[in-house]
Design a protein around this ligand. Structure first.
Ligand code: ADP
Ligand code: ADP
Length: 218
């Protein structure tokens, strides 16, 4: 079964064509890395999958249904973390649970999973970049998503922290088998994390190739 099925989707911002004729299928539980230079349409593709805006052409299905805004199982993780500065780490992670009327207990479990249970009482400004990214991942994990969308999640981090976070993401994926779409400009990252690798060209937002990468697996 496919988590994402894209058939000839295109997107244009007024005159700017950002994506042209993109097709792919992401089987449930698998990972896709979308790689390409700045301006090739990576963020646009992720926004379409997240249902933030409708594609201007083509069909996009998520878990068998036409993509819709605020699908409960979809989690979007952005580069800038989006933590609320006036809430502690634990409260940042628990907030999504509270909004959905769920018990906040899953927050501590999620913080343990990303290895920062000991930082639950801190404020966001007391965290390093890598720690903030861990909080952002925990916040999504706590809700039990079946589709994780990540937009350049590690590019603001130093090289060592980035490698740590890539390993963390891989171990989380191995444990949960959450379908994952990771957008990156790093071919190294794409090869490390993507079972499929889609290469996009900025002229304009066209697929150069869609490759199977057998080196990411069990
Ligand atoms: P990437 O994430 O790969 O850098 P984007 O999806 O952000 O690429 O952008 C793809 C193309 O669409 C670029 O040419 C960019 O300038 C253009 N674009 C992105 N957002 C907007 C917008 N809100 N309005 C107009 N053009 C945009
Ligand atoms: P990075 O280079 O990974 O972003 P930092 O140099 O920002 O790391 O942080 C290194 C360590 O210092 C981390 O363990 C972090 O928790 C701690 N730290 C950073 N900023 C603060 C702060 N304002 N108050 C307390 N601890 C902090």
């Amino acid at each position: 079964a496919l988590m994402i099925e894209a058939r000839s989707i295109s997107y244009a911002y007024k005159e700017t064509v950002a994506l042209r004729d993109v097709s792919f299928g992401l089987p449930k539980g698998e990972t896709l890395a979308v790689v390409g230079p700045s301006g090739c349409g990576k963020t646009t593709l992720l926004s379409l999958i997240a249902g933030l805006m409708p594609s201007t052409a083509g069909q996009l299905r998520v878990d068998g249904a036409p993509v819709q805004p605020r699908r409960p199982g979809t989690a979007l993780i952005l580069q800038d973390y989006g933590l609320l500065p006036w809430k502690t780490v634990r409260e940042n992670v628990a907030l999504g649970l509270r909004i959905r009327g769920m018990k906040p207990d899953a927050a501590d479990q999620a913080l343990r999973e990303v290895g920062i249970a000991d930082l639950a009482g801190r404020w966001p400004h007391q965290l390093s970049g890598g720690q903030k990214q861990r909080v952002a991942i925990a916040r999504s994990l706590a809700l039990g998503p079946d589709l994780l969308l990540m937009d350049e999640p590690f590019s603001a981090l130093d090289a060592l922290t980035r490698e740590e976070m890539q390993d963390l993401l891989l171990s989380i994926w191995r444990r949960h088998r959450t379908s994952l779409v990771l957008v990156t400009h790093s071919i190294t990252e794409a090869v490390y994390l993507g079972q499929q690798i889609m290469v996009l060209s900025p002229r304009p937002g066209q697929v150069v190739g869609l490759f199977r990468n057998p080196t990411v697996g069990d």
